[in-house]
Every structure is written in C-alpha cells, then in structure tokens.
Write a protein that binds this ligand. Structure first.
Ligand code: PLP
Ligand code: COI
Length: 339
C-alpha cells in the first residue's frame, strides 16, 4: 500500500481491504455485509455462469482538495442497474440500498482513494449475479449483489491524448432490439474479439455501427461517442447503446457553455464533418479521438492534426473533472459526499 504510485496507476485491479455484499433470497433483499474475502463461492450451475444473468455498473469516487470524498452521480447508476434488472429478469435492487452499499464500500476502503492532484480516482464496481442452480433457461431465484473498489488511472494508457479508433464492419456489439442498453457482461464478451483485433492493429478501441443497417454510429466498446461541429455537441441516439451517465453530464455542460446539443442518429459519413470527436464514459472520462479508420469502406476520418485534443474536448474534460474533484461548484448536485 505504501508503495502505491498514485500518478502511475493504470485501469487495472489493485486489491483493497473490503467488499460489500447483499443476497436476495425468498423474494427479498437481505442486509449489507462486509467481507475481506475477494473470492465468492458460487454454485457450478448458477444462471450467471451459464446463461449470462449478470449485470454490472461502474462509477468513481474522487478525493477533493478539501479532503472530502465525492462519488459522481451514484443515483444514476442505481437507476441504470434497475433498468438492466428489468431487461434480464433480475429483482431490482432498491436505489437506497445501492447508495448505502456504495457509501460503505468507499468508506471501508478510504485509504485507497487516490490523493487530490494525482489525477487518479477510486473505481467502484457493483456486480449483480444470479446464483441459483438451473439447467433450464430461466431466471434464478437467488442473487448476489456485491461492490468492490479499486484505485485507477486512465482507461486508455495515453490518458487525455487523442488515439485512433477503428470501424470493423464484420462485427456487431449488440442487436438493435437486444441487450445493448443494459450493462450486461454478454455485450462485453461480444466485443472481446474485435477489441483485441483492433488493439493488435494499434487502435485503442472499436467504434461500432448500428447492427441492422451499418449506416449509423452506435458507440465505442467501453464508451459512448460524440462529435463536435460548429459549436454543436452531437451524439448518437440508438436502441443498442448504453445510456452513458458521462455523456448525459457532458450534454448538460455543453449546453451550459452555450453549445447546441443534438442527440440523434448519426450517419457514419457525417464523421467527415466533425472538427473533434471523443469517447466518453466513467472509465474513459473523455478520450479524444485522433482518427477513425473505416477499414472495409477504405475511408479514414481525421480529427486531430497536431496530436493534441481539440479545444471543445479540452474544455469539457476540464469542466467535468473540476466538478468531480470539487474544484468548481456542483450546481446540479451530481456529487454525493461520503463521510
Ligand atoms: N458505453 C459502454 C458500452 C460502456 O461500457 C460505458 C461505461 O460504463 C459507457 C458507454 C459509459 O457510460 P457511463 O458514462 O455511465 O460510465
Ligand atoms: C465504465 O466506464 O465504468 C465501464 O464500465 C467501462 C468498462 C468496460 C471498463
């Protein structure tokens, strides 16, 4: 612990002291429990293991200059988890229980919240899994909810530097009426092969198109997409992307900065008109995009000429970070202060 170099953290897993857990049995949720065991004991026939009855969330806690720990918009993650629960037939975790678990997980691991000024944060990972044994394809009767935390640095190793992304038209992430709007592991499993292919070719991520027509932009593997043109923030509307809390926040901040905000279908050719482009998410924060290569169409779209992030991405990035670290007023009460 004493040897943790906060400024050098990557987006990996570093063990922390405790995790919190809660089980669902006989039709109701139990009490929160604290554990120091990083392992869970799961029946080999559990529905989560065989039929993907599994959901997760991702949020962050930040240490402020004032020594206060702020968690960014946990109520939104609680609601999104409930949306996912509805989508894959899991019992909804009450919002208050989710928030209580987040607070407890952060407080119990307070010494792992990276100090102010290091650029790092404490990543909070809630997980909900079906635990009853089943061989037939049906929902579990019992569930385990848990939260672990781990200190992290930037998701893309370049941090706030533009990186190239790629469109691989032979792969889909999620079907138009499938599970794309839910945060379930299966969506990420679908992205492993294209993601590794992209990495091997030097790209930081895959940018997926809509699976039906391959005409519109969906999102990146781990983040939403936005483009900037003529003082307008443009981001895809789609039935197969995750509703990003970061994107929702950036839309508000862009509007507050006097920009126009458009959430609508974004044809892939429109990429040629964007002055800047970025990927946004809890892990990614804002990751500016240097260029997007549409390999099968043999077209390349470029956004960064000097290898630096554009002015709008930069402004939005600093604004969001300032709110999260408590450097600027939190006018929308997005932060939950944990003490
Ligand atoms: N899209 C996908 C596929 C993601 O995994 C994430 C990360 O959570 C996001 C978008 C961004 O969502 P949020 O800003 O809520 O973290
Ligand atoms: C997040 O940003 O919290 C995510 O869940 C993305 C992830 C796949 C690391």
């Amino acid at each position: 612990m004493n040897t943790l170099n906060w400024s050098e953290l990557t987006f990996g897993f570093i063990p922390t002291d405790y995790n919190v857990r809660c089980t669902y049995k006989d039709g109701r949720w139990g009490h929160l429990e604290v554990s120091s065991d990083p392992f869970i004991s799961v029946h080999m026939a559990a529905t989560s293991l065989h039929y993907g009855q599994e959901a997760f969330e991702g949020l962050k806690a930040f240490m402020g200059k004032d020594g206060k720990i702020r968690v960014f918009r946990p109520d939104e993650n609680a609601k999104r988890l409930q949306h996912t629960c509805d989508g894959i037939m899991m019992p909804k975790l009450p919002e208050e229980l989710f928030i209580e678990a987040v607070k407890k997980a952060v407080m119990m691991n307070k010494r792992f919240v990276p100090p102010y000024g290091t650029g790092a944060s404490l990543y909070i990972r809630p997980l909900l899994i079906g635990t009853s044994p089943q061989v037939g394809v049906k929902p579990s009767n019992e569930y385990l909810f848990l939260i672990f935390v781990t200190p992290v640095g930037p998701y893309f190793k370049e941090g706030f530097k533009p990186t190239p992304m790629v469109i691989l038209r032979q792969y889909d992430r999620a079907a138009p009426l499938g599970t794309g709007t839910y945060k379930v592991g299966g969506n990420y499993a679908a992205g492993l092969l294209p993601g590794e292919k992209a990495h091997a070719m030097g790209y930081s991520a895959v940018l997926y198109l809509d699976a039906k027509e391959k005409k519109y932009i969906d999102e990146c593997g781990p983040a939403n997409f936005f483009g900037i043109r003529e003082n307008t923030y443009i981001t895809p509307e789609s039935t197969s992307i995750l509703p990003s809390i970061t994107n929702k926040s950036l839309m508000q901040l862009a509007q507050d900065m006097g920009m126009k905000v458009e959430k609508r279908r974004v044809p892939v050719e429109e990429l040629s008109t964007f002055e800047e482009a970025g990927a946004c998410g809890t892990a990614a924060v804002i990751s500016p995009i240097e260029r997007i290569d549409d390999l099968d169409a043999n077209v390349s779209y470029s956004f960064s000429k000097n290898g630096e992030a554009g002015p709008v991405c930069t402004k939005l990035y600093h604004k969001l970070r300032a709110i999260q670290y408590g450097d600027e007023p939190d006018v929308y009460h997005w932060n939950l202060i944990v003490e």
